[in-house]
Design a binder for this molecule. Structure first.
Ligand code: NDP
Length: 399
């Protein structure tokens, strides 16, 4: 049906390539490109399919991307490199007439700040070119946004309160490790907290608001309100929301390490001179921390991510709705060689690509995933390893 080019050979890229290769009727040709070609070759070899071509590319360089796109002529690029590369890849897509999908919104390297404005600014250019850009198609953002769209379409006349709850109930056996790229992860979780209330953003100190929430099959876990990117598009697309928050679980051990890392300056993103060489402390830290892509082997337990929503249902009654997925790290590793966080990100990226190639999600312009029909995507989640569960009128534990 179509040719895809995947950029990024990390933990998420590993899962995307595995899943794409499992669906040859949709993905007829596959190219995997990344900064380090040998990593692409390892992934292709492990999958053992001769349909996967590999290539080297520096995705910070638009000219290199254009040369790669012209050589392979993909219909869609799946960007699972880092958020820093979103705009260069979108530029190359426009230059070559290629459609675009990613899992994380653009972030400048020299400022720990993410927002959609930079990518939304491509709306007219993608529209005029007749190309589709699908933004934020991992789990959160991604599935959480589709869950919200599904709730709006099928259950609620008006959604008032949205709480996205993200629990990693797994144990990788390391004193400290991040579940996806350490640089991006630490930049994200050390920021000030932010949530939407009564038409305005409320800012908090990092991890200021917290409470124990109960996660299915996992139990109670201390959960913290943090800023998260899908809130920005969801409050725009669902203006009836009076409040929207994102909660993530962190263990005490993790938070202690994070505090030390910050206190000793290792989370700094500005360059310093060390032995006459310019280094960025957080990039150096990444080099010494465990590689998230290699946490899978001893990872036990599950992730549980979902949306807890309160509002007026289609029958006009106040009601609550909780839709979630639990994913086992061990099962993810057994299937793809990657842990659950890479799996829960890579599977939705593959499904989003499938939605595009099958014509379900195809319209000119730049869109967040909740702007498409959620139904076919929800159906595929059940088929490709991320089944979901709905609970009606239960206690959401959130006022
Ligand atoms: P990794 O660090 O494991 O992998 C990133 C890959 O991108 C590496 O192979 C890296 O190359 C490659 N890369 C980095 N810079 C460039 C460049 N300039 N040119 C070409 N390739 C490059 O990260 P993850 O797999 O954990 O995460 C991938 C993405 O998924 C991130 O953007 C992350 O934010 C996003 N994500 C989204 C989630 C969601 O739910 N929406 C959840 C988790 C992650 P090299 O191997 O040479 O370093």
């Amino acid at each position: 049906m179509g040719k895809v080019l995947i950029i990024g050979a990390g933990g998420v890229g590993t899962v995307v390539v595995n899943k794409v290769a499992q669906n040859p009727e949709v993905f007829t040709e596959i190219v995997l490109a990344s900064r380090t070609k040998s990593k692409c070759d390892v992934i292709a070899k492990a999958i053992g399919s001769d349909r996967i071509k590999t290539a080297q590319v520096d995705a910070d360089n638009v000219e290199e991307l254009i040369a790669l796109f012209n050589e392979h002529k993909p219909e869609l690029v799946i960007n699972v490199a880092l958020p820093y590369q979103d705009l260069t890849i979108m530029d190359a897509c426009l230059a070559c007439g290629v459609n675009y999908l990613d899992t994380a919104n653009y972030e400048p390297k020299d400022e720990a700040k993410y927002e959609y404005s930079w990518q939304w600014a491509y709306q007219e250019r993608f529209k005029e070119a007749g190309l589709t850009a699908i933004l934020g198609c991992g789990f959160d953002p991604g599935v959480t946004s589709v869950f919200t769209a599904y709730a709006a379409k099928h259950h609620f006349a008006e959604m008032h309160y949205l709480d996205i709850v993200d629990c990693n109930g797994g144990d990788h056996g390391k004193a400290f490790a991040t579940n996806f790229n350490p640089e991006i992860n630490i930049r994200e979780v050390t920021q000030v907290g932010r949530y939407w209330e009564n038409g305005a953003w409320v800012t908090t100190e990092p991890h200021e608001i917290h409470k124990a929430l109960t996660y299915p099959n996992i139990g109670a876990k201390e959960s913290y309100v943090i800023n998260h990117e899908e809130l920005e598009s969801l409050v725009k697309n669902y203006p009836t929301l009076k409040r929207a928050r994102f909660w993530m679980t962190f263990g005490q051990e993790y938070l202690t390490h994070l505090r030390v890392i910050q206190n000793i300056g290792m989370s700094r993103i500005d360059p310093i001179i060390y032995n006459g060489v310019e280094i960025v402390p957080i990039q150096f830290l990444k080099a010494v921390l465990p590689d998230p892509g290699e946490l899978g082997e001893n990872y036990t337990g599950e992730t549980s991510i979902g949306c807890r929503i309160k509002g007026i249902d289609k029958a006009g009654k106040e009601s609550t709705y909780y839709v979630y997925n639990n994913c086992s790290h061990e099962a993810a590793y057994k299937e793809t060689g990657a842990q659950g966080v890479s799996y829960t990100t890579g599977v939705p990226a593959m499904i989003g690509a499938m939605m595009f190639l099958t014509g379900e999600w195809r319209k000119p312009g730049v869109f967040n995933v909740e702007e498409f029909n959620p139904d076919p995507f929800m159906e595929q989640l059940n088929k490709h390893g991320l089944p979901w569960v709905e609970l009606f009128n239960t206690d959401l534990e959130l006022d």
